[in-house]
Design a protein around this ligand. Sequence first.
Ligand SMILES: [Zn+2]
Length: 662
Amino acid sequence: MSFEIKYKDARGRSGILKTPHGKVQTPALMPVIHPGKQTLDVSRYGVDMVITNAYLMYKYQDLREIALEKGVHELINFNGPIMTDSGSFQLSLYGDIDVSNREIIEFQEQIGTDIGTSLDIPTPPFVTRQRAEREMEITIERAREALEVRDNLMLNSVVQGSTYPSLRAKCAEALGEMDFQVHPIGAVVPLMESYQYSTLLDVVMASVEHLPDSRPRHIMGAGHPMIFSFAVALGCDLFDSAAYILYAQDDRLLMPEGTYKLENLVEMPCSCPICNNYHPEDLRQMKKDERTKLLAQHNLHISFAEIRQIKQAMADGNLWEMVERRARNHPYLLDAVRKIKKYTPQLEVYDPPYKKSAFFYSGPESLNRPEVYRHLERLERLPHKERLLILPPTLKPYHKYIETDLEIFFSNTFNPDLRKTDDLQIAFADIPFVFIPLEIDDVYPLAQNESPQTIDQDSRKFLNEHLKAIIDTYREVIISEKVLDVFDLRPRTLGVPHGNLNQTPPKDQILSDQEKVEYMADYQFGSGSGKALFEGDTNITKSRKTGKIRHIYDKDDLIATLRARDGVLVLGMEGARRLHSHLPYPVNRVVVNEDAEPFAREGKSIFAKFIIDCDMNIRASEEVLVVNQDDELLAFGKSILNAEEFTSFNTGQAVKTRKGGF
Ligand SMILES: [Zn+2]
C-alpha cells in the first residue's frame, strides 16, 4: 500500500491512496452501501471508494454465500476499492454480536475487500475514564490480533479513547507503531450529531498529532458536508456517508451550509440535476421510495461537490478561507474554529509558508492562522536596529506607497538626529501581520494579503498587544499619528515629534537593495544568512519591466533569484554553497542515504524513502539543501513535504531538486 501527498494546505493533504482495486484521490468521501438493500447506484458521483458492512454479510446466510463465492465487489456491484466495517457499529447499538475479531478479519480477507477493519470497541463520548481506558486496551489488543490473522488485507485500525485527548493520543501512538494502512478516528458520531465540534476538535487533534503522517485518517461517520473542510484542515483524509441516504429517508437535504427540510422548501437549494428538474412540491407529492432516491441523489451531488471544492482550495492554498466561510454556517462550528487557536503552533508546522493564493482576512479567527503566528516568530530572525519608525498601512506592497507618509514624517521632524536613517527601522503596522519591516514587505504573505479597512475590536487588541512587545525592544520609537488613529493606540512613552525641518531623504537611502535582500534572506533562512549569502562584491539585477530585484550575482556566479510573485529567494549554485557553509548542520538540510547520492548529484528529485535525517524545522514549500551523511552538499531544491513527513513517508517525492552537480 502506498499513500502519497500531492498538495498540502493547513494541516490537510490532498493525495493518492493505492489499493488493490485502484487509486483513491484524497480527501475522499465513501458512500455507505447496504450489502442487501442498496438500490441506488453511487458510482456516478465521483466516487473513488465505497464502504460496506462485512458483519451484515457475515450474519445473513444468503449474503454470506454470495460474498464468499463471488466476492464483495460483485455482491455490491462496485468495481473500485471497497472498505469494509467489521460490525463494531452493531456492537455499539446492540451491545453484543456473534462474531469474533479473528473470524471477521478472516472473512474480510476471503471476500476480497480492499481495506478491512478489526472489531474495535466504539466507546461513546463522556464515559468514565476507567471505562474508556479499559475498552481502548481491548481495541488495541484486537488490532494487534488482526495483524496476525491477516494475509494481504490492508487494515484499518481505529483510534478510540472517548473524549479523553490523552487516551486518544495514547491509542494513536500504540496503533501508529504497528503495520496498519489506514486509521479511522472512531466513535465521534454522537459529538457531530449534538454539534459538539469543539470537543470533536480536541479528539481529532489528539489523534492526528500522534498518528503517522504517512497513513490516511478516516473520520468515521462524518457524512455532513458542513464539516468536511474543517476536518480536512485538521488532517483528516477520508469520510464516509450514510447521511446521504439516512437524511433522504427523513426528507432532509444536505447542504454545506446546513440541512433543509423538504416540508419547508419553497425552492430547491442548489443547481444539481435534481434541484434543476424538480420543484419541492413535485417531490412532496411523490411516493416515498421515489422521493428518497431523488433526495439521496441530491445529497450525493452536493457532498461530492464540497469534496471537489476542498481539493481545489488545497491546490490554490486557500483552505483556511474556506473553513472560515463554512464556520459561519453554525455558531458551534464557529466556536470550534475559534478554538483552533490553541493548536496554532502544531498546525504551523504543517501549513506551507508559501501559497498561490493571497491571505484573506475574514474575521478575528484569521488572526489565529499559522501564517500570522509564523510571521511573528520569524521576525526574531531579522537584524535589530536602535530606532523604530512605524508607518500606517497603505496599499501593498507598502514600499510603493510611502512617499507621502515619509514626507510628512521627515518634514515634521524637529530633531535632526531622527532624520538619520542608518540605525532606523521603518516598519508598517497592519492587520493581521501587525509589524511589517520595510525590507521584507514583498515576501509572502506580507504583500499578498487583504483585510477590510474597518478594523474590528479583536484585531485592534491583537495589534496593540503584539506591537507593544515589539516596541519595547527599541531604544527610540516614533509612531506616525495616523497609526495611532487607525489602531486607536495609546501612546505611552511614544511622542510624535513636530517641527518643520528639512527634506525627505532619497528613497534609496532609506532602503538599499543590498539591505533588502539581506533582510529577506534572514527572514527566510535564519539570522545571519543575508550577510553570509550576499557578502563581497554582489551585483543585483532588476527587471526592466517592473523594477523589481531579479538576480543577485557574485561576478558571474548566481547566488539567488528573487521570485517575483512571493518574494522567495531561490538559491543558485553559489548561494547554496554559501548557505551550506554558513548554516551549521543540520539546519536547512535534508540528508539522503548512499543510494540516493548519485541521483541527487545529477539533480534528480529526492524521494522520501531515501531521507535518513533532516532539520526538523523544515516546512513544505521551502528552499532546502540536500546533503549526504558527511554533510557534503549534493544538491538544493524545494521541499514538498515538511520534516515530520520526510521521516514518516516511504513513498513519493519529498524534495523537488532544482540543481545538483556539486
Ligand atoms: Zn441539489
